[in-house]
Design a protein around this ligand. Sequence first.
Ligand SMILES: Nc1nc2c(c(=O)[nH]1)N[C@H]1C(S)=C(S)[C@@H](COP(=O)(O)O)O[C@H]1N2
Ligand SMILES: [Mo]
Length: 233
Amino acid sequence: MRKRTRYGSALLAALVLALAVACAQRPANERPPDTPSIEELARTEVREYQGKNLSSIADFRENSIKGPQYVDRDTYRLRITGLVDQPRSLTYDEVLADRKRYKKVVRLDCVEGWSVDIRWEGVLVRHLLAYAGVESSAKTVILKARDGYSTSFPVDYFYGDRDIIMAYRMNDLELPAERGFPFQLVAEDKWGYKWIKWIEEIELSADEGYRGFWESRGYSNTGDRDKPSFGED
Ligand SMILES: Nc1nc2c(c(=O)[nH]1)N[C@H]1C(S)=C(S)[C@@H](COP(=O)(O)O)O[C@H]1N2
Ligand SMILES: [Mo]
């Protein structure tokens, strides 16, 4: 009797362990079972701001290099690395905590010929940079994502006239997985491929020649929306 109980609890422990391992190893591109679809979420989004229509979260064409990434809120960390005074690793809540929230309507233009006007809410990238302390030798901000995607900007881009934000909400909804949860860069004045989703690292670098995923495949490194997206620089 006692033996059987012990056997039973060992089996239970093994099952729990197997389950834990299975969960921990769920690939980020595997959709968790209880995830609402974009269409379901779209029923609760805000579609108007100051008398102007906004696009829907469902109007984007999903064409990410590895499909949507399902990032776990609890284990997520945003790392700020490289040429900084103090490398940082922030939880989702820490990124949002005590930081001023910025809201603005900004259009995303994809090089494939579609656009969306969305009301974004996020934190200022330069506040995050200041939190780590940018060294004077840093010239480039390289952003890296869960799917292996990356893109980059001169440090100055984040200190210009525009308040460049990293968004965690769109149209008054938390960013859905397909749209880059937890964070997407709102890269104003830049082509859509500069709007990196699922950001998990912000690296400060001295390498002014760095090229991200599409940039190293022929797309413009500056990615200015008023210039051709292919070739040029
Ligand atoms: N991590 C990551 N971010 C990404 C991409 C990607 O493949 N991976 N695609 C980019 C492109 S080309 C566009 S147009 C915008 C919007 O893409 P979506 O419509 O797939 O959301 O996300 C950008 N950010
Ligand atoms: Mo794009």
